[in-house]
Write a protein that binds this ligand. Structure first.
Ligand SMILES: [Mg+2]
Length: 162
């Protein structure tokens, strides 16, 4: 029997938008904090990983806060809905953006992917080793964040079709 790839890892960190969820509005980026829906089958896959004893986590850039598209409180609320529905063990997000029009969010942070900051925080939270960690995402900045953190990377389409 084929051994599935994810069983080689003890911790899998997922990007959120475009990886686990898509917008309800059809826009590329969320129009509002609650403009999201699960991509079919992905919540079930996360619940299955949890059953297999694999830790799951989220690392999400949410620059929409920095641009004033939605509030800090509303995106926390929506991300925790996701966490609850899929029994996710840890969530990190980054609301800052180097070009943000709102001054308090105009920060060039290494937490924002492609920086490794959020991935490092999650690995530390679980006291996990880097070789035991996989990052799954849909964009170049996810792959670069994985590279910068020194962990393996897999594209979401490949991961969820295996
Ligand atoms: Mg994405």
């Amino acid at each position: 029997m084929k051994r599935s790839i994810e069983l080689s890892y003890k911790l899998i960190i997922f990007d959120v938008d475009g990886t686990l969820v898509t917008t309800k509005s059809g826009a590329t980026f969320r129009k509002s904090a609650d403009d999201w829906q699960w991509i079919p089958g992905r919540k079930e896959k996360l619940l299955q990983l949890e059953k297999e004893g694999i830790q799951t986590a989220l690392a999400s850039n949410q620059g929409g806060v920095a641009f004033g598209y939605f509030s800090h409180a509303s995106i926390i609320h929506e991300l925790y809905n996701l966490v609850d529905e899929a029994n996710i063990g840890c969530v990190r997000w980054c609301e800052t953006h180097p070009n943000a029009p709102i001054q308090e969010y105009r920060v060039d942070s290494n937490r924002r992917k492609p920086g490794p900051g959020m991935l490092d925080e999650i690995i530390k939270y679980f006291d996990m080793s880097k070789p035991d960690t996989l990052m799954v995402g849909d964009r170049p900045e996810d792959e670069q964040a994985a590279q910068n953190a020194g962990v393996a990377y897999m594209d979401a389409e490949t991961f969820f079709s295996s």
